[in-house]
Design a protein around this ligand. Structure first.
Ligand code: C2E
Ligand code: MG
Ligand code: MG
Ligand code: MG
Length: 281
């Protein structure tokens, strides 16, 4: 009945509020007590299978549960923790990359949210991470979600230029999900486009048309193209035949801890691709 629906709805709302306030309290604790860690998901060259760069993805065990960054990043943004978290992620990712055993040239990408990009100090924070770790600046990529550009385009373009002036590369993440897509590629002159995984899932249902169009435009504007969320051999073949240069997804590897990434890379370079490591903690 209608009444039942209302009850269910308000119960959900209450749970969400409780969840958020608990998360906020625990987030403060987590930050102070090193309860967060980074995992790394490789991106491979579709023709050689070489690892080109690895994306740092933040993990947080809260009361024995793995909380998704999609849940806690927005809360960290609301409550102003994102800058501390973001600086920690940048420093850790740059340091880890300089200690990878498998390759000195493999890049590391770090996600940045709206609030981070808009922060007055973001260029200094990034420069610090580069200087402190001693990483070659071109190995650092900053991933910025496409939807972020809609409202703040001029400001974001300025930050992108400054990040590039440090020597870092800039990727447009989740490409195709915002609405400013095509003009954005021209105006932004970033370095890499990551096509959102929803188009890879929907390859056979029109996704291929979007992917092909993106690939063609990206090529004209001199971007490298990455397809995210690649899960099957069939998708790999389809994307390769469309000329997509770089691939990332569970088909190759889940996000891995620092030590599992070293193991994966070693096995990978020895041509052992059948044993896939699952996400560690
Ligand atoms: P994203 O940057 O677009 O990352 C891709 C997400 O897809 C990751 O989820 C990854 O684990 C997942 N993924 C990778 N391959 C596959 C696949 O084959 N299939 C499927 N279904 N999923 C796949 P995750 O790690 O939960 O991160 C979610 C989002 O949280 C990220 O989206 C990013 O926007 C944000 N995030 C993660 N770490 C950080 C961080 O350190 N800082 C900031 N600001 N945001 C972060
Ligand atoms: Mg990303
Ligand atoms: Mg993405
Ligand atoms: Mg995303």
């Amino acid at each position: 009945s209608n009444n039942a629906n209302v009850l269910v709805f308000s119960e959900k709302m209450r749970e969400t509020l409780l969840f958020k306030s608990r998360l906020k309290a625990n987030l403060e604790y987590a930050l102070a007590n090193n309860q967060m860690y980074l995992t790394y998901q490789p991106v491979v060259d579709s023709s050689t299978a070489d690892i080109i760069f690895c994306e740092a993805l933040l993990r947080w065990y809260c009361d024995g549960n793995l909380v998704s960054p999609e849940d806690f990043i927005p809360i960290a943004e609301q409550h102003g923790f994102i800058h501390e978290i973001g600086a920690w992620v940048l420093n850790q990712a740059c340091q880890d990359a300089t200690r990878w055993e498998f390759a000195e040239h493999v890049g590391v990408s770090v996600n940045m949210s709206v609030a981070q990009i808009m922060h007055l100090d973001i260029i200094n924070i990034t420069q610090n991470a580069i200087t402190q770790s001693g990483i070659a600046p071109h190995r650092l990529h900053i991933e910025i979600t496409e939807s972020l550009f809609a409202e703040n385009l001029d400001k974001v373009i300025k930050v992108v230029r400054k990040l590039q002036a440090l020597g870092a590369k800039v990727s447009i993440d989740d490409f195709g999900t915002g609405f400013s897509s095509l003009a954005l590629l021209q105006n932004l002159s970033a370095d890499i486009v990551k096509i959102d995984k929803c188009f890879i899932y929907a390859l056979k249902h029109g996704g291929d048309v979007i992917i092909q169009a993106t690939q063609s435009i990206a090529q004209d504007f001199k971007y490298d193209v990455v397809a995210e969320g690649v899960e099957t051999a069939e998708q790999v073949e389809a994307l390769k035949s469309m000329g997509i240069k770089y691939l990332q997804g569970y088909y190759f590897s889940k996000p891995l801890t620092f030590s599992d990434l070293n193991k994966f890379a070693e096995a990978h370079s020895n041509g052992i691709t059948t044993e896939r490591l699952t996400e560690g903690c």
